[in-house]
Design a binder for this molecule. Structure first.
Ligand SMILES: NC(=O)c1ccc[n+]([C@@H]2O[C@H](COP(=O)([O-])OP(=O)(O)OC[C@H]3O[C@@H](n4cnc5c(N)ncnc54)[C@H](O)[C@@H]3O)[C@@H](O)[C@H]2O)c1
Length: 349
């Protein structure tokens, strides 16, 4: 079985294995890291129906004692109620400090599983087994964990690195096309912010999934190693996200995350053009349309501006936005609120 291993050196060092069919090797990968222990698998209802039995069987065959907890699929599950319910499950199953959580699913399961592992008994080990493209290239790497609370998404969380990421890219064969496409928005983002060669490759559809996932993971790894706790360069990963989050919120999350990020990347690129930084907006827009994204924006500049004011990334009188200087080269620019409002008005005119 062919696979690639990428090593992350952050507050905890760990390997990310990427390849088709790797789920069967999960137990083998875990063995040197955890030894004899119990594994608590967290997954969601969709992933469980497709792969729940397989993952448990592989782990049992590798000699592990396994228990499983299934949450309903969907963002609404990334909540305090499920966090407490899963923590309680871990306690009822008598999971100890030498045992571990296996977060087997997309970003929702990864974020909830990671946060639970960081809290239970003041921290037990956990393994990320991403099953969506977004989770593979983004949420399973870098140690950000979170749940949503009524006041906003991802407002409660921790930085807590896994001991291993096992990414079986064959699992993504069963992803509904819109969910796969959401992950493609993040892939295009990586090309835009740091790798023009990757960006160029994305014109040939369908792209080589293993190669592209591995490259995106390397990019995210490099960024996280420089700025694990998100005080500087990690902000580059927010290209398209500041405006995207505003659009997601305005739509009451009817616009998917990927589509919102696609729209956000176009707004940021148009802003960069207006500021004389570069003119890549048309090129980026046509790539996003090739991927099937609707890049139009039905919200006014005022609505977007108002929504931005509650953004987590706001610092007093400025908001940092990520703007392109060229394909493969983005930079963080802190804009005064008045300036941002004026630019948005022109971009959206
Ligand atoms: N921690 C981070 O750094 C980080 C980064 C980006 C996003 N996120 C978070 O990730 C979440 C979004 O992640 P997501 O897009 O993976 O969403 P998700 O976990 O809700 O998965 C999307 C859908 O795909 C289904 N699914 C998962 N794997 C499947 C498979 N192999 N086959 C068929 N269906 C499958 C799920 O059941 C779900 O319905 C958000 O909560 C976001 O905040 C976190």
């Amino acid at each position: 079985m062919q696979y690639k291993t990428i090593n992350v050196s952050a507050s905890r060092c760990y390997d990310i294995h990427i390849g088709r069919g790797l789920l069967a090797k999960l137990g083998e990968f875990i063995r040197p890291l955890l030894g004899e222990c119990r594994l608590a698998v967290l997954t969601d209802s969709n992933v469980d129906a497709l792969y729940g039995n397989a993952v448990v069987e592989y782990l049992i065959n590798a000699g592990y004692n396994v228990c499983k907890y299934v949450i309903p699929a969907g963002e609404a599950s990334k909540c305090a109620t499920n966090l407490l319910a899963f923590l309680n499950f871990l306690a009822q199953e008598q999971i100890t400090r030498s045992d571990a959580v296996i977060a087997f699913g997309g970003g929702v399961v990864g974020d909830l599983g990671g946060l639970s592992a960081s809290l239970y008994l003041r921290g037990i080990k956990y393994v990320q087994v991403p099953t969506t493209l977004l989770a593979a290239v983004d949420s399973s790497v870098g140690g950000k964990t979170a749940i949503d609370i009524p006041a906003g998404k991802n407002l409660v969380g921790s930085f807590y690195q896994p001991v291993l990421v096992c990414c079986d890219t064959a699992l993504m064969d069963t992803l509904p096309s819109e969910i796969y496409r959401d992950g493609c928005a993040e892939v295009i983002k990586y090309g835009m912010i740091l790798d023009s060669a990757l960006y160029e490759k994305l014109h040939a559809l369908p792209f080589d999934r293993d190669e592209v996932v591995a490259r995106c993971v390397e990019i995210k790894r490099d960024v996280v190693q420089q700025d694990e706790f998100d005080n500087g360069i990690r902000g580059l990963l927010n290209f398209g996200h500041t405006f995207g989050h505003a659009i997601e919120k305005l739509s009451d999350f009817a616009v998917s995350h990927g589509e919102a990020v696609a729209k956000g990347m176009v707004i940021a690129s148009r802003m960069a053009a207006l500021m004389g930084m570069c003119d890549v907006a048309d090129e980026l827009s046509s790539l996003l349309v090739e991927y099937g994204f609707d890049i139009s924006c039905t919200y006014s500049s005022n609505e977007i501006f108002e929504s931005l004011l509650s953004d987590k990334k706001r610092r007093g009188g400025t908001i940092s936005v990520v703007l392109p200087r060229a394909v493969g080269d983005c930079t963080l620019v802190a804009l005064e609120l008045d300036e941002l409002k004026e630019l948005l008005t022109k971009v959206m005119a």
